[in-house]
Structure formats: C-alpha cells, structure tokens
Design a protein around this ligand. Sequence first.
Ligand SMILES: Cc1ncc(COP(=O)(O)O)c(C=O)c1O
Length: 385
Amino acid sequence: MSHPPEKIPVCAPVFVGKEREYLLEAIDSGWISSMGAFIGRFESTLAGLCGVRHVEACANGTVALHLLLHALGIGPGDEVIVPSLTFVASANAVLYCGATPSFCEIDEATWVLDTADALRRVTPKTKAIIGVDLFGTLADYDALRAGLAAMGRADVKLVEDAAEAFGSTSRGRPAGSLADGAIFSFFGNKTITTGEGGAVTTDDVALGARMKFLKNHGMHATRRYYHPELGFNYRMTNLQAAVGLAQLEAAEDLCGRKVRAQARYRARLAGVDGVRFAHVPEGQKVVPWLHVVVDDRLDGETARDALLARMLERGIETRPFFAPCHTFPYFAASPGAGLGALPRSERAAATGLCLPSGGALTDAQIDRVCDAYVASRQGLERRAS
Ligand SMILES: Cc1ncc(COP(=O)(O)O)c(C=O)c1O
C-alpha cells in the first residue's frame, strides 16, 4: 500500500526559545491583558533591534497601520499613495481614516512600489506614501524622500509597511527605521510571531507619545477615565508580548533560517526556464518572509492555480500572490482603480506564487518542493500541448 506523501505546510511557526517559559511567567504573574512587564520588554527589545526611539506594541499589524496613519493626521479629503500589489490591510487602513488610497505600480523586478510611478501620482491632496516592503524586500524610501523634496513636497509623510520585512536592512539600516513611521505584523505565519500582533516604530518621540495615547482609548495621561478625544483599544496583551519577547531574542536564528532556505530555493530553481525570484536591490539584505516566485511560463491565474493544485496533490502547500487591491469593487472610486489600470501588478499577481516558507523547512523538503514544482509544471504543459 502506498502512503500519501508527507505534507509540507506553507508556513508553520517555529518556537526555539523561551516562549513557553515567558508565557507561563506572564500567566503566573496574573497580568494577562495589556499591562505587565513583558509589554515594555518587548517594546524596548524591538526598538533596539530596529534602531528607533519609540515602539508601541499593538493588537495586530492592521490596527498598527491605522493608528499610525491617524496619528499622522490623515483623514477625509486626503489621498495616500499605496502599491496595489500588497495584502489588502495596507489599503484598508487608509479607508479606515476616511481618506482615499491612490494605487501605484510595482517595479517589475523587485515587485515593490515603483518609485517614479508613485511620485508621478502625487497630487495637491497627497498626504502620505505607504511603501510596502513586500515579502521582505524594502521599498526605496531614500529615493522617495529625495523625489518629494525635489517636487517641493517634503510635507508628504513616508510610511513603511514593514509587516513582512522583519530583519531586512538597507545599507545597514533596519526595516522599521526607514520612514517617518513603520509598522510590523506578528501574525502566526510571520518571521517573528505573537499569534496575532503588531507594532508601530518611529524615531519621532512626539508621534510615539500620541500613538500611546490614542491606542489606549485616548485616555488622559493623569486624569483616569477622562477622554479628551476619540481613541481606540489597539493594545497588545502581556501574553502576546511574552511570546514576542522570546521570538525577538531568537531573531537571529529565525531570520537566518529564512535566508538560508531562500538561497537553497534560488540555487535549486536557477535553471528552470521562466521562474524568477525578486531582484535584491543594491545595499539590501533581505530576510524573505515567504519564498516567492513569478513564473513567466504561466499564461495567467488559471494556469497558476492549476499548478498549485498539482503541487498539493504531491503534498505541497503553496499560496498564490495577493490579488491586486485596485481590482476590488470597494476601491472603485480610488485613483488607479479598475482592471487593466496597473498591468505590471496584475501580471505579477496572476503568475506569482509562494512556496513553503516555514522556518523549520529542511534542505530535503526544499529539494522535494523544487522537484515537485518542475514535475507539476511539466505535467501542466504536457496537458496543454
Ligand atoms: C503588507 C501587510 N500589511 C499589513 C498586514 C496586516 O497585519 P495583520 O495581519 O497583523 O493585521 C499584513 C499582514 O499579513 C501585511 O502582509
């Protein structure tokens, strides 16, 4: 009797440090909500790793982004430029502020925001640009800043959505430190996880203090239960922070696993016609969140999804790229919206896929994924001919 092949998950968490110990310590302390020693320890450790002066731990990355945009004063009537090829939360946070996302193109080789295209879309209403560090590759914040200054628009805020980029650096500067403010996600499949969780990071101490106030229901610092303005409950729990601190302490190990796996994937798939990994921009060290390829031999979404189905038959879980936000019905009123408006984003979204990416992946598993990829695509092409 033949056994079904061992299943390789797309992205399972890895706990190699003191997660259990710290979690039990948090439970035993009785501090299980948003007060407790682990919150401050998590925030200061993350600040140290990112080289920023202020961190606010949050309930997840989505609310962290909303908190940051709101604290930057973004509201109705404002436009915020955001790449369409991202997880939808990047653009949703703009709508939560009552502002309008203005969608821009990606660079064909790196799949992150195309700087020139983003700058072309600046209008008198533009209040911010969100550079999304897609799959760990960093947007070019220095070029965006220089371009805005040259246009006389240094007032436009730069926001770094580093949800997927923990550990990456640009010329030695870490993700989370590259813009006026940044956010991370610590969702269960991220390189560093707290289950659900997120954070905002900034060097701007006044902005940091404002976010601390807003995330805590907008409660007055000294007058308890007095709320001078509308705030939110966007706090992280001490339980999440306990897991997160242990993860941050193991960050070098966790990031190293991703980097080594990416190198093996690249080497193994190097000769496969049509398969492209993201180009790594000069000066960047990328810690890939997911191991992602675009396959130029696939003619669109149907072929890509058929390939993924064949991989699954071989026990290999994968996922498609994010669908481009500018094609979603509820963004129809946004600049850059509508099918056909951003062809590079649409093409990458239709032919891109994420290979198994968990930190516990072994070399033998990576080899099996690559063999299965090649065999699945050959099978698909044989059927088509
Ligand atoms: C680019 C990007 N932005 C924002 C988020 C939102 O983070 P969360 O899922 O923690 O709310 C994610 C989540 O995966 C993301 O990938």
